[in-house]
Design a protein around this ligand. Structure first.
Ligand code: NAP
Length: 280
């Protein structure tokens, strides 16, 4: 049984922590604010951008998952949350001689600049033009340089309970762009993938983690509109091919079986749950 620190224990981190606790791991979740992570997660307070607040982290850790998110979409916030915070954590743990079996940095498919509908996988070039991807790639490098076996897991757009961004767009009747490819993963699969990779004997250093169905934005929004019983979204743009298609074959070859293999399964489950329970 492992002693695991989830640094940045928010939506994905909490779902992961519950899963790990369920298999018998000792789980610590770190946030700046006080919180109750629920059964099996010991909450810790600290700020990854302030190393002095990390002195009280528990000793004898086996695994660390870094899943903090930037406070806002500014370059400063991204630098602080990704390479900045991860460097601080690595320095604190290395200075006191922790010998981790595994460090995972939760990254994103924003590290790819490809925008012409290309297929991308772990071997594809990463030359992000935007500060979001640049800072996540910089943090991947921090993890790779840490004195422990490290991995970067590149998630596509995360959806799931409480993450209704695309559904809300459809409900508001917003337009979609034909030809624009999009990639996504359900929150529960994010947790499932991370738990799977923490337990894998000989993992690769990088995994792309999206479901089986990179799809044009209009295909997904049309499906959601039909499922909601509303009109198909209007079209916008010139129809040119855009975005990228992320390839999950390495992840699947490692033995991961998706809970929600595509948007129909994931949004279908989410909407069925909302219909049963209502939503705020
Ligand atoms: N959203 C997407 O579609 C997407 C796509 C790909 C990858 N990702 C990545 O997935 C990861 C997990 O995302 P999520 O949805 O679980 O995010 P989330 O729910 O916002 O959780 C992030 C957690 O990090 C904590 N945190 C932020 N800054 C911190 C700091 N300086 N020190 C300590 N804790 C800090 C926050 O709590 P406090 O505010 O209380 O500190 C929060 O609990 C993030 O790295 C994100 O970049 C997201």
């Amino acid at each position: 049984m492992a002693r695991v620190l989830i640094a940045g224990c928010g939506d994905v981190g909490t779902a992961l922590g519950r899963r790990l606790a369920g298999r018998g791991d000792t789980v610590f979740g770190l946030r700046r604010s006080a919180f109750d992570g629920g059964p099996g997660i010991t909450p810790l307070q600290g700020d990854l951008t302030r190393p002095d607040t990390l002195a009280g982290l528990p000793a004898g850790l086996d695994q660390v998952v870094y899943a903090a998110a930037a406070d806002d979409r500014t370059e400063g916030a991204y630098e602080a949350a990704y390479p900045g915070g991860l460097s601080n954590l690595v320095a604190v743990l290395a200075a006191r001689g922790e010998s981790l079996q595994r460090l995972i940095f939760v990254s994103s498919t924003a590290v790819y600049a490809q925008q012409d509908g290309e297929r991308v996988d772990e071997t594809s070039v990463t030359l992000p033009g935007h500060f979001t991807g640049r800072n996540q790639l910089a943090a991947e490098a921090v993890a790779a340089d840490a004195p422990w076996p490290a991995m970067a897991v590149r998630f596509g757009g995360i959806y799931g309970p409480g993450r209704r961004w695309l559904l809300a767009r459809v409900e508001r009747g917003e337009a979609c762009k034909p030809g624009l490819y999009t990639n996504r993963i359900h929150r529960d699969d994010c947790a499932g993938v991370l738990a799977h990779l923490l337990a894998l004997d000989a993992p690769q250093p990088v995994y792309v983690a999206v479901d089986d169905a990179p799809a044009p934005q209009c295909e997904v929004m049309d499906w959601l509109a039909r499922r909601l019983g509303g009109p198909a979204p209007p079209r916008t743009g010139d129809g040119a091919i855009g975005g990228k298609r992320c390839d999950n074959r390495r992840l699947k070859a490692s033995g991961y079986a998706f809970i929600h293999p595509d948007y129909r399964a994931g949004y279908g489950a989410m909407l069925a749950h909302e219909e049963q329970t209502g939503r705020d």
